[in-house]
Design a protein around this ligand. Structure first.
Ligand SMILES: [Zn+2]
Length: 236
């Protein structure tokens, strides 16, 4: 079922119940408004984006198909959980992460951190949308899940040095990476990091993380950007 379109691209919710589609459509629309509505799509493999449930796997932006598929691991009609997962995977889609997935020099932890920031940013947008289902129901999800898992901590060179090896080996969102997501979401509360995420499309793979961040910074259109934040905070 098509639930959103901007005239060119369309979003389809596949194997969800009618009640779920109703609840999830509002969340998906808020995510799309806050991301592609403000910053546009980059290159896509297809103009149709398909979202489906797969309980046998973590939420995922599929690398293999020659089209845009996102799988969600939601066991019922939980719009907050759907929106949280969908926002993260939209980050991967907007940066076309299949181009970097499991390749040497891609530094997955950086992309996971920024995708985690999509979740926080989009849920905050949902929270502030007047009259939305989320205004009434989302605060408890924030208190129970977002605040404890994405808590604000001091992130500096010392912090990075204690986690550098762990981060370099991470290929999915981890508790440590979630702390970086919070840093991004709080530093760019209006969502300009979405633009920086899209700039990843132009960054050549490089095993040297400092060089990778420098190239990413050069590809960003704004002078205040995520790679610059990482380079200054983490001493890279
Ligand atoms: Zn991810």
């Amino acid at each position: 079922m098509k639930v959103w379109s901007n005239g060119k691209q369309s979003l389809y919710l596949l194997n969800f119940s009618p009640a779920e589609r109703e609840g999830f459509t509002e969340g998906a629309t808020i995510v799309l408004d806050a991301t592609v509505g403000k910053y546009g799509f980059g290159l896509l493999r297809s103009d149709e984006i398909y979202v489906f449930r797969n309980m046998f796997d973590s939420p995922r932006y599929l690398s293999e198909p020659a089209a845009e598929f996102i799988s969600i691991q939601s066991e019922g009609n939980f719009p907050s959980q759907f929106t949280y997962q969908f926002a993260h995977e939209m980050g991967h889609l907007m940066a076309q992460s299949w181009r970097r997935h499991r390749k040497v020099g891609s530094h997955s932890w950086l992309e996971e951190a920024i995708c985690g920031a999509y979740s926080i940013y989009c849920l905050r947008e949902a929270l502030n949308r007047p009259g939305s289902w989320f205004q009434q129901h989302l605060p408890s999800y924030f208190v129970d899940y977002i605040e404890p898992n994405y808590r604000p901590v001091t992130i500096d060179v010392t912090w990075y040095n204690s986690f550098a090896i762990e981060l370099a080996q991470s290929d999915h969102l981890t508790p440590t990476i979630k702390l970086l997501s919070r840093l991004i979401a709080d530093t760019f509360p209006r969502g300009s990091f979405v633009q920086d995420n899209k700039a990843l499309l132009d960054v050549p793979l490089n095993p040297d993380v400092s060089r990778y961040l420098q190239d990413w910074e050069s590809a960003c259109s704004s002078t205040n950007n995520v790679p610059k934040l990482f380079r200054t905070r983490l001493g890279l």
